[in-house]
Ligand binder design. Structure first.
Ligand code: TXA
Ligand code: MG
Length: 343
């Protein structure tokens, strides 16, 4: 079975919407990452998304809407401050979790009393949802555990041989998934960092909490946080140290004849086909845009290890750091360490 390709033009968007309406699965670009979508009113298609991704049944999907008014129509109750956030930050890379038992089917919410809503900034994504005629549930279009897809070639790698349609769009602008915010009470709380930061939220509603790392055994508020994420099949190690120290580490690895690929800042001087520069240390937005695709490319080299250099944690840098930590599955190398340790 070959995936069916649709072009990213008005005709392609209309056709994508029609296929969603018929209960088919359509993969489409958003400004964050590509999503694998189904109409929220086609339970069979929603269930098939879980199967195609290999996604755990208890991990809910984000409901994508084309208009702000769809939030009030689909949610049970929203606090006034939630409207303020939607007014100022939508369309954009922000998902708001609110109570929604009545109008969002349980299979989309994975049985939770809440649902996450997002109105994407990508005009094509909104045209597709509009053409479908109802909200579209869409997790990131990667096989569970793999890096999220930021270009359509990444999508093909995971879903090219499946019974799905793929809208062939441009590489995504942001490159990491939306900021997920629990907005059922005040203050709102960030469950997954992204391009919209705690400062952005705090400026609008006065206060914003950030979900810290959970201790083993604690239940995460967002089911997605308990699963392995964004990983290459090559063991990945994150160099938790200033870039110059990271560079020393890589040189020593080279001397020890470790076969590695490395994702580095542009300032890093070493070059080679195994070295993937993704932007300047001080430009985490550029690095976020390119990280997942670089991780897939590094993985394809079939090396013993992938090393990842750290970037500035300002702005979207916090979200990038979060994805890097997850893709390294907690294998952080500190400055004072003497050797690689893989958990
Ligand atoms: O940028 C994005 O958000 C992309 C694009 C396609 O829009 N979508 C995306 O979806 O990243 P996904 O399924 O890969 O991530 C959704 C995250 C998961 O961690 C999930 O557990 C959490 O949001 N989530 C969804 N609904 C939730 C709810 N009701 N309560 C808590 N967490 C929820
Ligand atoms: Mg995902």
């Amino acid at each position: 079975m070959q995936a069916r390709i649709l072009e990213a033009d008005p005709e392609g968007y209309r056709e994508a919407g029609a296929r969603l309406q018929r209960g088919e699965i359509v993969i489409f670009p958003t400004e964050t990452v590509y999503g694998i979508g189904a109409s929220i009113h086609c339970p069979d298609a929603i269930e098939r998304i879980f199967r195609e991704k290999g996604r755990p049944q208890d991990n809910p999907l984000i409901v994508h809407i084309a208009q702000k008014s769809a939030l009030a129509e689909s949610a049970d109750a929203i606090a006034p401050y939630v409207r303020l956030l939607a007014d100022q930050l939508w369309p954009g890379p922000l998902s708001l979790i609110v109570r929604a038992e009545d109008r969002v089917p349980s299979v989309v919410r994975a049985g939770l009393p809440t649902a996450a809503f997002r109105m994407p900034a990508h005009a094509g994504a909104r045209a597709i949802i509009e053409a479908c005629g109802c909200p579209v549930a869409a997790p990131s279009a990667n096989v569970s555990g793999r890096p999220s897809p930021t270009c359509w070639e990444d999508v093909l790698e995971d879903f090219g041989d499946r019974d799905v349609s793929i809208v062939r769009g441009e590489p995504t602008e942001i490159g990491i998934e939306s900021t997920v915010i629990l907005a059922t009470g005040y203050p709102p709380r960030i469950l997954r960092p992204g391009a919209v930061t705690a400062e952005d939220i705090g400026r609008i509603v006065g206060c914003c909490e950030v979900e810290g790392e959970r201790l083993p055994g604690e239940v995460p508020l967002s089911p997605g946080q308990k699963y392995g994420h964004y990983s290459a099949s090559t063991p990945t190690l994150l160099l938790d140290m200033p870039p110059v120290r990271g560079e020393d580490w890589l040189r020593r690895a080279q001397e020890r004849r470790v076969r590695f690929a490395a994702i580095v800042c542009d300032e890093y001087a070493m070059r080679g086909e195994n070295i993937f520069p993704i932007g300047s240390y001080d430009d985490p937005a550029e690095a976020a845009r390119r990280y997942f695709t670089a991780l897939r490319a590094a993985d394809r080299m079939g090396m013993e290890r992938i090393y990842v250099q750290s970037f500035s944690r300002r702005g979207i840098g916090e979200g990038l750091w979060n994805r890097m930590c997850k893709s390294a599955a907690g294998n952080l190398i500190k400055e004072e360490a003497h050797e690689d340790r893989i958990r």
